[in-house]
Write a protein that binds this ligand. Structure first.
Ligand SMILES: [Cu+2]
Length: 322
């Protein structure tokens, strides 16, 4: 009988292990992993979820087993046996979570570091940056702003890690309520295009208030701060279109502060880049006009009018709801 019990416990533990590993790998909770860093993140997420799922099965299993096995029988009004202190059980249920938590902490920190989570923000704010921000404040939507960020060679060179010729650096300006991507060669766009397989570095600054750059499919998110440069590095891996979302409440239309990141094949990227260069050289103002989300050019009133028309209300109601 005892031997049978031991066998069933071992079989049950084995099944729980198998179920946890299976669920960790097949939970389907995350969107497609479009970059190399996303794969690191998913490994951590799926491992933690697998462990949590295993504990869920153990706890719920013991609970349901106990409810059935130790239910009150007819005519039995006695109390259960009083149990005081069980040192070995207490050691076991303290030691196991401690080991798991320590291991998860080390694993998490490892992934966090690999995804550049520990960047030194203090060291990134240098003179060139402040200058750009000061210019931006006076004429936030003009071509001059874009050009000044673009031609700021010091900014680009000063923030790139040594020996990073293979990195595609893009300056990102966040503003209420749009993203502007400044490539070299005076190209400014509202859509982020990156070639597949090439390491990308986004040097980011905010023109007005706090924003945050987030692409769920890359599993990366970084605050974008006025007067202080932050950066993100990633290697796009899966060709496609992905949403860029502002993840920091930044004002009335924060929810509309979205654009698209397109991971292109190298050929498509080259074609796109050429198109953008032609647009820029033919008509500098077209850079602004070609932005799909022309929100950046609108006043709040104009933007609001459009939203109200869509919603079928009127301006008065919209103001009331504020
Ligand atoms: Cu924002």
């Amino acid at each position: 009988m005892r031997k049978n019990n031991l066998v069933s416990v071992i079989v049950i533990i084995g099944l729980i292990f198998a179920a946890s590993i299976w669920y960790g790998r097949n939970n389907g909770l995350l969107p497609v992993a479009a970059g190399d860093e996303a794969v690191l993140y998913d490994g951590l997420f799926n491992t933690i979820l697998g462990i949590a799922f295993g504990f869920f099965l153990v706890v719920e299993g013991v609970l349901i087993y106990s409810i059935i096995k130790f239910r009150r029988r007819k005519g039995d009004d006695t109390d259960g046996p009083a149990i005081h202190e069980n040192l070995s059980i207490e050691i076991v249920w303290t030691a196991i979570p401690t080991v798991i938590v320590m291991w998860v902490a080390i694993y998490s920190f490892d992934v966090y570091t690999a995804m550049q989570g520990t960047q030194d923000l203090g060291g990134m704010a240098h003179g060139g940056m402040h200058q750009t921000v000061a210019k931006s404040e006076t004429m936030p939507m003009s071509k001059a702003t874009i050009a000044s960020s673009n031609s700021d060679g010091v900014l680009m060179a000063g923030t790139l890690p040594a020996g990073s010729n293979d990195v595609l650096a893009i300056n990102v300006s966040a503003m209420q309520f749009a993203w502007i991507f400044n490539y070299t060669d005076e190209i400014a766009t509202a859509e982020l295009h990156v070639p597949v397989g090439k390491k990308v570095r986004l040097n980011m600054n905010a023109v007005d208030v706090l924003h945050a750059f987030w692409v769920p499919q890359l599993r990366i998110k970084q605050d974008v701060i006025p007067g202080r440069e932050t950066y993100l590095e990633f290697t796009p891996r899966v060709v496609g279109e992905y949403p860029v979302v502002c993840a920091e409440l930044c004002g009335s239309y924060h929810g509309g502060m979205r654009t698209t990141m397109v991971i292109d094949t190298p050929e498509d990227y080259a074609t796109w880049l050429k198109e953008q260069q032609e647009i820029a050289s033919n008509d500098p103002d077209a850079i602004v006009a070609s932005r799909p989300a022309s929100v950046t050019k609108m006043s709040e009133q104009e933007y609001l009018a459009g939203k109200v028309a869509q919603a079928g209300g009127d301006m008065h109601m919209m103001h009331m709801s504020h």
